[in-house]
Structure formats: C-alpha cells, structure tokens
Design a protein around this ligand. Structure first.
Ligand SMILES: [Zn+2]
Length: 460
C-alpha cells in the first residue's frame, strides 16, 4: 500500500479505537489507539511530528512532569503557541501517538504549531530519537518503579547517550539541585539552563532515607550538602574533587508554603517574579520554577508567565479538591518514596485534624513490588493522626507498614468504595480527608467519585 494510504488507514484505526474506548467508558484508552495505529504504520509519530513549525518540547523526570508540563502548556498557549499537549499523563510513546492521531485529520494534518509532551523517564531516549525535540526539561531522577526499569544508573546511562547525540542548538532545562541530573548532563550537547531553589529556611538537617544518589558523579566520593531541600535535591559539592552544584540562572527564594498553596519570589535574568501559586508543597515550587525557566527560554514574556502561575489549578489527581457535602476530599498522587515523603511533609502542615485515606495498589502501572513503602517516612505521622483508613489491592501490606511506624490504623478494607465511606465517617463537618493513592488506585478512587457524582469524567 502507498505510505500515504497506510497512514490514513492508521489514523482512521486510531480514531476508531479512541471513540470506542470513550463510548464504552472502559478506561485506560490513552495508549491503545496510538499502539495499534503505530503497529499498522510504524512511521506515524515521526511523520506527524514533522509538521509542527515550532517543533516540540519534552518534559521528563520521576516526579512532577504532569504539573510542570501543564504549567508550561498554559504559558505557551497564552504566548500564542497553538500547543498540542498529552495532558492525560499517558507518557509512553503509544500515548504520544494517541494524542497525535486524535488531533490529526484523516490526511494527517494537525492544527498546532508546537507539540508539548510529558515523557516517562525510561522512554526518554526513544522519545528524543523519534521526536527530535528542540527542548528537554528535566525535573529530577528518583528511585521509581525499579522492577519495571532496572536501576536508576541504567536510566541515567541511557539518558547520557541520548544527550550526546542531540544537535548543538537544542536547549536543556535542568534542575541544578539534583546531582544525578547535573552529573549526567556533563558533556551533553546543546544550550544549558539550570534552575533551582535557594532558600535556607526550608532546608532539612539530614538526607532522608529515600535519597538515592548522593555520590559525586565525577569521582564517586560521597557528596556534602550545604542545604537539602527535599530527598537528594539541594546545594551539594564533592569534598574530594571539588565538583559542585552548577549555579542556577533561575531560582526560587523566600518560599512560604501552606498545605494548599505557596508564595515565593523567582529570580530570573530578566528580573524577579513574585508569585502566589495555588499548588501545595515545595515540590510544586520546583515544578513552577522548571516551567518558568523553559518558558523564558522559549521567549515568553515574564508578565504572561506570572499571570499563568497565578491561575494554575491542580491537574487531575495532583492535589485535586473534591467537595462532598460540608467536607473536602483532597486527592494526592503518591507513587514512590520521595513523592510520598513530600506529600506527607505538605499535609502535616495542615492545621486541621489529620484524617487520612491511604490507597496502595500493585498493578503494572504502580510497580508490582510494593516494598518501596518501607522507604516512606510514615514515622512522621505517628501520634499525629485522628483517623487512618487503608485500602487498595495491597491494603494489608500498607497497614502492616503503618503499624510498624507507630501509626494507629483505624480500618483496613480493600474494597475502595466501602473503605471511602468508612474514612469519611471519621471526618468532622468542614474537615478534610487527605486521600493519598498510587497511580491505578487513584484511578479506582476517581471512578468511585464519578459513580457518586462528586467529580466529572476526564472526557466531559
Ligand atoms: Zn568528586
């Protein structure tokens, strides 16, 4: 068959699958259309991506890529880029292909000037090869779903090889506070812009248990920290060889964080931006500063950037607020030790009585091995909770971990809807139920919310 006909056939197939999945509401439909369409016509993604006049941008890293890319998408759109974005967080190549197929006409035309893609860290080398991005934004590298990807060093090695192949005019936006990232960027081609946080008041006194890359990327000695912001992120240097954190050109100072929002100043080469961000936690300050650095490098005007940050709302499952009568449910994704610790650190700021609904699943997208929960600092909750209800496919494992940490577990019920009703019973009027869930558990929970009429579907 002619390549053009084959491409049209592939797009038609992809669109048909998308429609079927939406009609039947069977969920998980964000990868299937791209997967099957690319099977039929393997050059589909490369073909479709080539027509974006402004090229494409990749956002990657273990934690925060959905929020960072959502913030950046808002800024780019406001600045006049017609941006195609894989906003549902389907961040493997099949997900990218699905978004392209959905946006394309049957003849393969896409009405967008720029592609913005959140990409899973293990997929990055393939994404760089197939998408030839003009910019890659890198947030962090944490231990995540090891059973799927192998050791973090393997991921880092593959990244390094991809960066060496990138053309010299490409832009890399890198979190300077992550020694693993700044180490592997050594020798990369392209223009480098570093971002970070410079705020000693937030600093922790010791590296948390979940930190996993505290060795010098040049000589292998232990790194010394002047300041730790979260996990292994901070201001580090190597006492043996003198290697140190690169100086960021864009960074946050004067951070005042609450459980639901934060205020801070972003210092940039074009002047400071004073920001009120409606997203909780220090980790979202990193996400915001990363997005700001990328937007500045794309030539977006600082006033536009600031306005977009003020308007930011929490993306799906990242601190989403759900009203149920006179009580509030706050849904937080917590899928690995670092992410979990930061969510706990944020929630513990909440002056309201602490009520928790914790969900742990072990499906493929969560990682089958749940032993990572032993690296989460649940000890920080001991003696501070009013109620803790545990659910999900591995509820029993989580309950055991919590008991070990000295946390009183109020109830354990693997049935999500029943467990939710029990958890809500403990929450007083005007109270908050902090719901922390792994990826598929979050989808299960949201399905319950949908059935109860408390949220709208993703496609509505
Ligand atoms: Zn060293």
């Amino acid at each position: 068959m002619e390549p053009q006909l084959l491409r049209t056939a592939a797009i038609t197939l992809g669109k048909t699958i998308t429609r079927t999945v939406q009609t039947l509401r069977i969920g998980g439909g964000s990868a299937a259309p791209g997967y099957f369409a690319s099977k039929l016509y393997p050059r589909l993604t490369t073909d479709l991506i080539r027509q974006f006049p402004d090229g494409c941008v990749i956002v990657t890293g273990t934690n925060g890529k959905t929020t960072t890319s959502a913030l950046l998408a808002g800024m780019l759109r406001q600045a006049g880029h017609v941006t195609l974005h894989n906003f549902t967080g389907s961040n493997m190549m099949q997900g990218v292909a699905s978004v392209l197929v959905q946006a394309a006409s049957l003849s393969g035309e896409i009405d967008a000037s720029l592609g913005l893609f959140e990409i899973d860290e293990a997929t990055l080398p393939r994404a760089i090869a197939e998408l030839s991005p003009r910019m890659v934004v890198m947030n962090n590298l944490f231990r995540d779903q090891l059973d799927r990807y192998g050791e973090i060093d393997t991921v880092a090695r593959h990244w390094r090889r991809s960066f060496e192949k990138m053309p010299a005019d490409h832009v890399l936006i890198v979190n300077a506070d992550d020694p693993l990232l700044s180490g592997l960027i050594n020798g990369a081609h392209g223009r480098l812009f570093y971002f970070g946080i410079e705020d000693d008041r937030l600093a922790m006194t010791k590296v948390p248990r979940s930190a996993d890359s505290m060795f010098c990327q040049r000589c292998g000695s232990s790194l010394t920290y002047r300041r730790i912001i979260l996990s292994h992120l901070g201001d580090y240097h190597c006492p043996a060889c003198g290697w140190e954190r690169p100086k960021p050109s864009v960074y946050a100072i004067n951070i005042e964080a609450t459980p639901v929002s934060s205020r801070f100043r972003i210092v940039t080469p074009v002047g400071p931006l004073d920001v009120h961000l409606n997203l909780p936690g220090v980790y979202n300050v990193y996400n915001a500063v990363g997005a700001v650095t990328a937007a500045l490098a794309m030539g977006v005007n600082p006033a536009t950037i600031r306005a977009c940050l003020e308007l930011a709302t929490t993306p799906f499952g990242r601190g989403e607020q759900i009203k149920t009568g006179d009580r509030t449910v706050r849904l937080m994704l917590a899928k690995n030790p670092t992410g979990y610790n930061e969510v706990l650190r944020t929630v513990l700021f909440d002056p309201l009585p602490q009520h928790y609904f914790l969900l742990l699943n072990d499906r493929i997208a969560d990682g089958r091995d749940v032993s990572w929960i032993w690296d989460v600092d649940f000890e920080s909750l001991a003696g501070r909770t009013k109620s803790v209800v545990v659910s999900g496919t591995r509820a029993a494992d989580l309950a055991l971990r919590l008991k070990h940490a000295g946390v009183d577990v109020t109830a354990v019920d693997s049935h999500v809807e029943d467990a939710f009703h029990r958890a809500l019973e403990f929450v007083p009027t005007k109270g908050r139920l902090w719901t922390l869930a792994t990826y598929t558990a979050m989808l299960d929970f949201r399905r319950v919310m949908l059935r109860l009429g408390l949220v709208k579907g993703l496609w509505e």
